[in-house]
Design a protein around this ligand. Sequence first.
Ligand SMILES: Cc1ncc(C[n+]2csc(CCOP(=O)(O)OP(=O)(O)O)c2C)c(N)n1
Ligand SMILES: [Mg+2]
Length: 429
Amino acid sequence: MSYARSLSMQHEHGHLPSSQSPITPKLQFFNSVTTDGQQIPTYRVLDGVGKPIEGATLPEIGEDVARRMYENMVQLPIIDNLMYNVQRQGKLAFYMTHYGEEATLIGSAAALALDDEVLGQYRELGVLMWRGFTLDDMMNSCFGNCEDPCSRGKQMPMHFGSRAHHFHMISSPLATQIPQAAGVGFAIKRDPARRGRNCAVVYFGEGAASEGDFHAGMLFASTIPSPTLFIARNNGFAISTPATEQYYGDGIAARGPGYGVHTIRVDGNDVLAVYNAIKEARTLCIDEGRAVLVEAMTYRVGHHSTSDDSFAYRPRQEVEDRKRLDNPIARFRLFLEARGWWSADEENALRARLKDEVMSAFRRAEALPKPELKEMFDNVYGGEEPWSIREQREELSRLLKKYGNVWEPWRSELQKHKGAGKELMEDSQ
Ligand SMILES: Cc1ncc(C[n+]2csc(CCOP(=O)(O)OP(=O)(O)O)c2C)c(N)n1
Ligand SMILES: [Mg+2]
């Protein structure tokens, strides 16, 4: 085709040679990913009182799974109540609650395969416990005691990780898990045993999505492409910064189409909507070997962490209203009761049993000693011990020999450890 002819085709509203974008004489800006300029809709199955909304399809889950989901949802605030309070009493260094996000966590966990690789942010304990991480595991990890299955006391509380449960170790710097997840998805795709069978799943808050790493991860997963399921927990806050001050566009969902990523926004307080959306998202992700983005709209009912008092930046009444008007646990309970799958008696029995189990696990974990002090230097890196770790171990050994038995703060702290630090004090190096 001659150059002149192709130019004239452009004037007949063709395409640029390098793209499928139609040529238009209309000078027009756009600023929405929906054709009518409206916000992206929010997918929902249950209304505010647990009744299926007209036109919605219920997931194909039976009574057993539904009850298990409910029990896992109820368990979270029972754990949170105890852990928050004991942290206030000084028995625990740190804790983060999940109040209000129970449906987002359990609905998504139940829709994934147990061996999909999960990379979390820090508020996803419910996902890990759905996979079989026990109350003893979580308590031992929070106390960093000698039974801590995650890091044997090397990590902060809430920084869980479990190879057996395909749950990668949490790290504090926000959003680092997002590009890592795109890489994990890519690795799954390269593994013939897992390709087409599993995906990588990454959870992050709407606040973390302001980090460059979010964009790097999305671009990476969409271009490579990599079967990575992005789950944004939009709970309205990044510590004290409300979502309204975090972005001007239509939330996190509006960013998906920019990367050519299938996207859905879902009512994160509707456990059945979350379940359906994640199930479908996972299928798309695996069948197409591409990224999918789900934005779950929810509300952080609790303070950010035990280091925060949220009433310094939001009214108490707002929190009380959200708890009452849109409680994910109450909504699901009403649904179950309407089906004859749950009763008040069962509710009372469940709550009594869970409180008991949580308290006993707490007592067991609290009573266990911390690992031998020298363990803090083990398994920090794989392979041979690097010089930097050796130097730190030798320095601690030197200091303990000098002060361990005479300086009171150290003497009492050492008693909390198995062996009271003797293995380092007697180290001949
Ligand atoms: C790179 C980095 N910047 C800042 C912080 C401090 N920080 C920890 S959590 C948090 C807020 C995150 O909010 P969001 O992603 O919405 O998650 P949410 O706590 O609401 O679940 C901030 C700013 C951090 N850990 N890492
Ligand atoms: Mg948030």
